[in-house]
Design a protein around this ligand. Structure first.
Ligand code: ADP
Ligand code: TYD
Length: 200
């Protein structure tokens, strides 16, 4: 079976979106049916999340978890499930590991947040490409890409250090950890070679 559920994870500015597009185009060029998805989505919960990310007054972590899970439920019902039923490959920019890494803390652990997502029936991906990068480098890229110089709620170096620790801690054998300081081509070569092994 060539249809795979592939997820990209990493802190903001790690280069996920760039690699998602490259892998999506590569798979499409092989005439394998493939869909590019991203969370947060542009649905009603995704729009609330975008507002929250721009706002100066953050909502509680419980409310953040609720919003991201409701957004994921919509994504599952509208996109993920139909793709799986039609045998399409999914290339996805963020999934529930982001929920665990960004909303996880000593108050509610990343493992408990993954548990909440699994309880909802969200399927495990076949592969997670985790792009690992120093928060200082990520912040340089984020500031360079933002026209206004403004950053979002989670785009703070100290916060991203905690998020990175959470990602590194939760990485199991589904994860392929890739050094995000390498060039776009070098990173994509690693991903492409791994993907070719994955589809056999
Ligand atoms: P993310 O989706 O993880 O936030 P992006 O793919 O949007 O990251 O990349 C963030 C910024 O860094 C963009 O301006 C992008 O062009 C640049 N970038 C992406 N990959 C690399 C890389 N390997 N080396 C240097 N800059 C990169
Ligand atoms: P995204 O648009 O992917 O940000 P970027 O392109 O900068 O990496 O995601 C927006 C923000 O949402 C990002 O800071 C990570 C956060 N997020 C969570 O906190 N929890 C989640 O469950 C998801 C999917 C994203």
């Amino acid at each position: 079976m060539k249809n795979k559920f592939i997820v990209f994870e990493g802190i903001d500015g790690s280069g996920k979106s760039t690699q998602c597009s490259l892998l999506y185009s590569y798979i499409a060029s092989k005439d394998i049916p493939v869909k590019l998805l991203a969370e947060p989505t542009s649905g009603i919960y995704g729009q609330q999340i975008r507002k929250m990310l721009q706002s100066e007054t953050p909502v509680s972590v419980d409310e953040q978890i609720r919003l991201f899970i409701e957004d994921r439920q919509q994504d599952f019902d509208l996109n993920i499930k139909p793709c799986m039923e039609h045998g399409q490959t999914i290339v996805m920019d963020r999934y529930f590991y982001s929920n665990a890494a960004y909303q996880g803390s000593s108050i509610i652990s990343p493992e408990d947040i993954i548990g909440k997502n699994i309880e909802r029936g969200f399927p495990l991906p076949d592969r997670v490409y985790y792009i690992d990068i120093e928060p200082a480098e990520a912040m340089r890229r984020i500031t360079a890409r933002s026209a206004s110089g403004k950053t979002e709620l989670f785009e703070k170096k100290t916060f991203l250090e905690g998020v990175r620790k959470n990602f590194l801690h939760m990485a199991d054998n589904r994860f392929l950890k890739i050094d995000g300081s390498a060039s776009q081509d070098e990173i994509f070569n690693i991903i492409k070679n791994d993907y070719l092994v994955l589809i056999g």
